[in-house]
Design a protein around this ligand. Structure first.
Ligand SMILES: Cc1ncc(C[n+]2csc(CCOP(=O)(O)OP(=O)(O)O)c2C)c(N)n1
Length: 327
């Protein structure tokens, strides 16, 4: 991409802090799972840290995001607090959904983190509705829909992009194309080589970027967010990336060729980002180490608080679930 908005050192460091939070949190979740402490399915976002980090520095508190089960990275980057997140993963009453949601239904509206969903493709119609609401409110807020490459082949993709474009809604559709939908490769499921080409069919802007490249991802996100805030309608961003694990923890990813996985890990976008921060002199190595240590300490605090918290009472099982009980 040319003519990208320029990434300044302060913003680069903010992106680093978000990416580090995502990476260290992911490592801690996997460690807790291996110790048998978490009973939630977990869909690791390792390898996909740059996308939400470079996006979220362009968002503010009034903006909203929806994402999928593989969405802890999106949520953390937007501002989902660690305490309610860990308590939710651990199924405790102090969780953001009182322990009923887990990875599939993470929600914290106070920070604009509306929902992770387990129904493939459903983040798009929800974000489209949020975009409509933002447009009616007229405060310049935007809504973001994150989804995978598999979800781009579902009917809800067509319905959401068509309506958002027709009504010029402030929605940013971010396809995190990690090349595999569960066990099916992109090439075996998708008729176009670039998903962004589909944007033209809906009369909207569309772009494919290297989602692991901080400049490309930041630039594309900034252009899309500015466009949405200015009332110029939605954008489809296809962000190319790769996941470092199987579909969920426990899946050995035998369908991913070993050399493909090895090369992705060798080009770890988080390691590249850290080097970039140093090269740009956005922070010293000591400063980054201190940032990392602080993040890790905050994660440990959240882990401890989660496992010290009470389990929900059985009476919680149906509460907040059925409409008639909400009244
Ligand atoms: C409507 C629907 N169909 C099928 C499934 C089963 N399923 C769960 S995850 C998944 C793959 C989705 O892949 P993708 O959208 O590329 O996201 P990724 O997991 O790669 O991030 C499928 C088919 C589902 N949860 N919902």
């Amino acid at each position: 991409m040319s003519n990208l908005p320029v990434l300044d050192a302060g913003t680069l460091l903010e992106i680093y802090k978000k990416a580090a939070l995502i990476r260290y949190n992911d490592m801690r979740v996997i460690k807790a799972m291996k110790a048998g402490l978490l009973m939630t399915p977990y869909y690791s976002p390792a390898g996909q840290e740059i996308i939400p980090s470079a996006l979220s520095v362009n968002l503010n508190d009034g903006d909203t995001i929806c994402t999928i089960y593989r969405g802890t990275h999106d949520m953390l980057a937007k501002g989902f607090p660690l305490g309610p997140l860990w308590a939710e993963l651990a199924g405790r009453i102090t969780g953001s959904c009182k322990g009923k949601g887990g990875t599939m239904h993470l929600t914290h509206p106070e920070s604009g983190c509306m929902v992770t969903t387990g129904v493939v493709g459903s983040s798009m119609p929800i974000a489209t509705g949020l975009g409509w609401s933002a447009k009616l409110e007229g405060k310049g807020h935007v809504a973001v829909a994150n989804f995978g490459d598999g979800a781009a082949n579902i009917g809800a993709f067509h319905e959401s992009l068509n309506l958002a474009s027709l009504w010029k809604l402030p929605v940013i559709f971010i396809c995190q194309n990690n090349r595999y939908a569960e066990h099916t490769s992109f090439a075996n499921s998708t008729a176009v080589d670039q998903l962004s080409k589909r944007a033209a069919g809906y009369g909207m802007a569309g772009v494919t970027v290297n989602g692991n490249d901080v400049d490309e991802m930041y630039g594309a996100a900034k252009i899309a967010v500015d466009r949405a805030r200015a009332g110029e309608g939605p954008t489809l961003i296809e962000a190319l990336t790769f996941r470092f694990n199987g579909h969920l923890i426990g899946d050995a990813a035998g369908y991913i060729p070993k050399d493909e996985m090895a090369s992705a890990k060798q080009n770890d976008p988080f390691v590249t980002l850290r080097k970039r921060v140093l090269v740009d002199d956005a922070a010293s190595e000591e400063a980054l180490d201190a940032i990392d240590a602080d993040i890790k300490a905050r994660i440990e605090e959240a882990v401890k608080a989660a496992f010290d918290a009470e389990w929900p009472d059985v009476s919680e099982l149906k509460r907040d679930v059925f409409a008639h009980e909400l009244a």
